[in-house]
Design a protein around this ligand. Structure first.
Ligand SMILES: [Zn+2]
Length: 200
């Protein structure tokens, strides 16, 4: 498998056919005139530092049991989501159709434009700021972003940033462990701007 993947990428009604669908209620309409033109990369693990459980699905579907772990009490009442999640083994999960506004970036700003959720797609990577993301995740991420750029014209020249870039001081994900150079190399055939205009 190449870095950009060999599986055909298909999109139907805002849903990626290769993704396991876990519909989240946490989304709404994008404001008039807003369409996806930015991709925000996140890192998430629940509980922090642990991988593989059902907890991210639960958080994004408002079904996380606050009693199941001490940390969950802090986040169970949040109403958050992302469009996509790439798990450690490369599995792709989708929570929100891409044309809808997912609630992933919170208070944020990109090049002076506030509220990045309005005009972005949020992709979570299962991981931690300081632990290398897996090969399978880079493969899937590059294939997914390449597919998105091919099937959504507005994203063809989109910029890709981290949550840390649009919410500095408040968010650190996907963290120093995320290899932006590797992402850039994996997308070298695309016109996408990886952290364009931002310092690496
Ligand atoms: Zn984030």
């Amino acid at each position: 498998m190449t870095e950009t993947g060999e599986t055909a990428f298909r999109l139907r009604h805002g849903r990626v056919s290769a993704a396991r669908q876990v519909p989240s209620p946490n989304h709404d309409a994008r404001p008039p005139g807003c369409w996806p033109e930015l991709i925000v990369i996140h890192g998430i693990s629940l509980p922090p530092g642990e991988y593989g459980g059902p907890w991210i699905d639960r958080l994004f579907t408002n079904t996380l049991d606050p009693a199941a772990h001490p940390f969950f009490g802090e986040v169970a009442s949040l109403r958050v989501s992302a469009h996509l999640l790439v798990r450690r083994d490369g599995e792709l999960v989708q929570y929100v159709p891409l044309h809808r506004r997912a609630w992933h970036a919170g208070q944020s700003s990109y090049r002076g434009r506030e509220a990045c959720n309005d005009f972005s797609i949020g992709i979570e990577l299962e991981g931690c700021d300081d632990e290398p993301y897996s090969d399978a995740q880079y493969h899937r991420l590059c294939a997914t972003i390449s597919g998105l750029a091919l099937t959504m014209p507005g994203l063809r020249r989109a910029n890709i940033v981290g949550h840390c870039d649009v919410a500095p001081g408040r968010k650190t994900d996907p963290g120093p462990a995320f290899d932006w150079t590797r992402l850039r190399a994996g997308l070298s055939g695309c016109e996408l701007g990886v952290r364009a205009g931002l310092m690496d």
